[in-house]
Write a protein that binds this ligand. Structure first.
Ligand SMILES: [Zn+2]
Length: 266
């Protein structure tokens, strides 16, 4: 009888273990770094967006029934602050925000650091050779990686003039935009030669400020690669050895939306 019980318990354990979802070890054993700017009146939006992040207080204080109650209403364009570009933002019939699989938003992160290059040229575009230099040091970009580009632009947030190149709001700001981004040739190389889940950058756009055709957006969107923009505090990340978890607000039909992105560093 005793033997029967032991076998039963072992059988249950085995069933439980084999059903448990596989999770990266860093999810359980790591330091969590928030890579998200707070949404507030300083949040940077694309200059053609006249309204920033708006938070309207609906109630703050004690109610007639004597319980405390606070509530707000917020209004925001999809593409401002730390946010995600859904593929449909730049390519017809690609995924809308709510359709992006969660598997594309959680994965092994790597940081490609181009701060030296952007110090010399604020309109620098990340090249294929920058990824090749990373690989020479760290090995091939892992399959399913989430690539984070570090330009060093986080040092300027939330000062619009230094971050975007202009503090003007409206169409006349567009020719004044000046910040680094990803070269379309490098975007094409990434999607053709490596298998990345998603890509993020610490500037307002994956295409550099002077872009007129947004070709890097188009290339990535074509391949259904989600893009994270205005990623915060990237300087706190190592080059490898961490997991990214990037969960946007689930706006049905959205072309993008506010993103809470964190790294778990093992
Ligand atoms: Zn965007």
């Amino acid at each position: 009888m005793k033997q029967t019980i032991t076998l039963l318990v072992c059988g249950l354990c085995f069933t439980f273990l084999s059903c448990a979802p596989e999770q990266p070890e860093t999810l359980l054993n790591g330091r969590i770094i928030d890579l998200t700017y707070p949404f507030n009146e300083e949040t940077i939006f694309w200059p053609t967006e006249e309204r920033g992040f708006e938070l309207e207080e609906l109630h703050r204080g004690y109610t007639d029934a004597e319980y405390y109650y606070t509530a707000h209403r917020f209004c925001s364009a999809e593409h401002g602050g730390t946010h995600l570009d859904a593929p449909v933002h730049f390519y017809e019939e690609r995924r809308e925000l709510h359709e992006i699989p969660l598997e594309d938003l959680i994965g092994t992160g790597i940081v490609v650091d181009v701060t030296l290059q952007t110090e010399a040229d604020r309109d620098y575009r990340v090249r294929v050779s920058d990824f090749q230099s990373w690989e020479a040091l760290h090995g091939r970009i892992p399959d399913g990686a989430i690539v984070i580009i570090r330009t060093g632009w986080g040092q300027y947030w939330p000062d619009r003039e230094s971050y975007l190149g202009t503090e003007i709001i409206g169409d006349e700001a567009i020719p004044e935009l000046s910040f680094p981004g990803l070269h379309p040739d490098a975007a094409e190389w990434l999607v053709s030669n490596r298998n990345i889940r998603a890509i993020g950058i610490d500037t307002a756009s994956i295409d550099y400020g002077k872009s007129e055709e947004f070709k890097s957006h188009v290339v990535l969107a074509r391949e259904n690669v989600p893009i994270f923009e205005n990623v915060a505090y990237v300087d706190q990340l190592p080059s490898t050895g961490f997991t990214i978890i990037a969960l946007p607000m689930k706006i049905e039909g959205g072309s993008g939306g506010p993103l809470r992105i964190v790294a778990v560093v093992g």
